[in-house]
Design a protein. Structure first.
Length: 71
């Protein structure tokens, strides 16, 4: 998951993201997005709830998700 944050909010956002159990990693980056998040869930419903929770955190402007699919 990629997150664009409000100016100056990415550090606090990374700390808060680590409180979501499905977040396996979160770190700041430079570029169009400010934070990269690695999420892992047992099913798509749990993943959706974690994504929704992250989307509603203070400082999130917009997100883009890239769910892995098995072929």
């Amino acid at each position: 998951m990629l997150i664009r944050s409000e100016r100056g909010r990415f550090e606090n956002l990374v700390k808060t993201l680590h409180q979501i159990p499905e977040v396996k990693g979160a770190f700041s980056v430079l570029g169009r997005y400010d934070v990269v998040v690695d999420l892992e869930a047992s099913d798509s419903k749990q993943l959706g709830k974690a994504i929704t929770r992250a989307n509603h955190l203070a400082g999130v402007v917009f997100t883009e998700t890239f769910p892995e699919v098995e072929m």
